[in-house]
Design a protein around this ligand. Sequence first.
Ligand code: 13P
Length: 249
Amino acid sequence: MKLPLIAANWKMHKNRKEAREFCRAVIEGLPSRDLQHILLAPPFTCLETVVEAVAATPILVASQNCHGETHGAFTGEVSAPMLADLKVEWALLGHSERRHVFGESDELVAKRLEGALKQGLKVILCVGERLEEREAGQTEAVVARQLQPLENLRDLWQNIVLAYEPVWAIGTGRVATTEQIAQVHRFIRAAHGPIPVLYGGSVNPGNIGEIMRLPEVDGALIGGAALDSGKFQAMVAESLKAKGGSEHP
Ligand code: 13P
């Protein structure tokens, strides 16, 4: 995995044809060395299509969630071995929509994290505070609580990327200021130094340059603006210009 990492979370968007077209446009549109900085997180129904479409490239593919158990009576869920069967090596976990729309608790996310890592998946663990928590001065306490499960998993830190996504900045067009981003990233680094930290929340081609110029930011996790292959390519190019490329140890 190469830093900076520019990750597209497609959420519940795109059918297989659209997924194929997106991959083709990005592979044809960017220099091949840039592709090693990309991760795509399509919906479950497009995972196999995307894995096939990017098979000849270093583009990484992630599921948007994963259960912690290997199998069982868990309707609607998929497991790490099922993802491995599709050659999917990464999973997003603890995304704010999973936590706040679907009620995944810190405890549940912790179980998923431990299960997924122990079964060999690499994980992007998402953390971030809600607006009322920020306004109550609880941002660092919330982020620290969400990162607590990492303490028992130190031997697997090399398989983890973190994403700081303030809930109030997701899908709202209200991006955090560079000062707010740098402050939380510094706080995370103080405790979890070796783990890369992406920023997510209303990232777009117009603001990604200034966000990526922050030394504390190792990449971006992008929703809405990453659905369009042209915008996504522009954001990859802008990020690499801001950072140069560096290899994650
Ligand atoms: P937006 O970029 O649409 O704000 O979404 C961010 C996000 O949730 C990425 O995981």
